[in-house]
Design a protein around this ligand. Structure first.
Ligand code: 3HC
Length: 373
């Protein structure tokens, strides 16, 4: 099967980004959202992203016009009837996604593949809202979708191997680096990333460090493109809380319970950049945070890094993902300068294990203990 028509349902930041990825790669794309204002917002997001690329000289005006011409927008599911693939990028609410899949199942042609861009929910449960679970798959992009080169391809125990192979071929045609994995809460990257982000907000909630200290610590001492509070604002704090709830329901570990600071911001409607404020205010141009307190920065940087490296070691040990896929996911999905296993080999595994034990003893969090050898 060769794909020519691709549909995207949900035109928020991720949905609009996915539309751009496919349209740039030459596919005919139909973007559908639940209401006219949501359609307009998605269309405006695409236009903004393309005009940024044109003004930077990355794209000619003619190329930008050709990309725009390949996209149709609308608010009716029937527009998706002839699509070879439809990717759902709606908010992280299972009942909403299952409702969308049930509707897609009734309108999309029988040969069409249905994919979810869910960040952590069960692809298996979503597939069961349709009568074609063998043709349902996870295709998880990273924000901003046109920039991040990693995509997780999630198959369920019912996915047809042919469907998986077709999606892998399609993902490669987009110039993305793929990891093929099974259906587990948070998959590779979000399981690791969200625990790290939650850890940062737990530190913030405890008063040990400010948001500026946390952000400048990770930017300056590990060369991350963004600190944790800035990244939470970029992803959307509401989305992060939902992902953590799914992970927490699976692990039952206190470290996965969404941190109070995040939950409160969501309750107040301050969900991050998309709402105009989150950990930071976006009314004015966002300034890169800096903070001069080197001692606090070093401490929080080391704690966040060691807990995260321990999680990476534990994930690889379960056999869920390879070191290569974990490294690629964190570098190509989140723009980190080094993969965790590259960091571990630079620091030395023995040193990391000693630091894990010290962190566990100092904080009393058993989950930070190194794995038994
Ligand atoms: N859409 C399209 N392109 C964008 C963009 C957007 N929203 N934002 C930035 N870009 C492009 C710019 O045009 C620029 O392209 P160029 O190199 O070709 O000129 C490039 O990205 C770099 O942009 P800037 O110079 O403006 O800004 P930065 O250098 O500060 O980079 C960033 C911005 C790419 C967002 C970088 O800070 C980054 O990688 N941050 C980490 C983001 C991350 O971790 N994402 C994953 C989150 S987890 C997730 O999405 C999963 C979900 O399920 C929760």
């Amino acid at each position: 099967m060769s794909f020519s028509k691709v549909g995207v349902v949900g035109l928020g930041i991720m949905g609009a980004g996915i539309v751009e990825v496919f349209a740039r790669a030459g596919y005919e794309v139909t973007g559908v959202a639940e209401s006219i204002p949501a359609v307009d917002a998605g269309q405006a997001n695409l236009a903004k992203s393309l005009s940024r690329a044109v003004s930077k000289g990355k794209l000619s005006q003619e190329e930008s016009d050709a990309i725009t011409a390949r996209v149709i927008f609308g608010s009716e599911f029937k527009l998706l009837a002839e699509c070879d693939l439809v990717i759902e990028a709606a908010p992280e609410i299972l009942s909403l996604k299952t409702e969308i899949f049930s509707q897609l199942d009734s309108v999309v042609k029988p040969s069409g593949i249905l994919a979810t861009n869910t960040s952590s929910l069960s692809v298996t449960e979503i597939a069961h809202a349709t009568k074609r679970p063998a043709q349902v798959i996870g295709m998880h992009f990273f924000n901003p979708a046109p920039v991040q080169k990693f995509v997780e391809v999630i198959s369920t125990s019912e996915s047809d191997p042919k469907t998986v192979a077709q999606i892998v071929e399609l993902g490669n045609s987009l110039g993305k680096h793929l990891a093929q994995i099974s259906d587990q809460p948070g998959f590779i990257v979000n399981k690791l990333l969200l625990r790290y982000l939650n850890h940062a907000v737990q530190i913030l909630d405890s008063g040990q460090a400010s948001r500026e200290q946390l952000d400048s610590a990770m930017r300056e001492l590990s060369n991350y493109p963004m600190g944790p509070c800035e990244l939470l604002d970029l992803i959307g704090i509401d989305t992060c809380v939902e992902i953590l709830k799914t992970i927490y329901a699976d692990t039952g570990l206190e470290i996965d319970q969404p941190a109070t600071g995040m939950v409160q911001l969501v309750k107040a409607g301050n969900t991050g950049r998309k709402s105009g404020s989150g950990f930071y205010d976006y009314a004015d141009a966002h300034q890169v945070p800096t903070d001069a307190n080197d001692e606090i920065k070093t401490q929080v940087h080391n704690d966040l890094l060691i807990a995260y490296l321990g999680d990476c070691i534990a994930m690889e040990a379960t056999g869920y993902a390879t070191k290569a896929d974990i490294d690629s996911g964190m570098k190509l999905g989140c723009g980190l300068p080094e993969g965790p296993f590259e960091v571990i080999s630079r620091l030395g595994l023995a040193k990391v294990r000693v630091a894990q034990a010290e962190l566990a003893t100092r904080t009393g969090v058993v989950a930070y203990q190194p794995l038994a050898l």
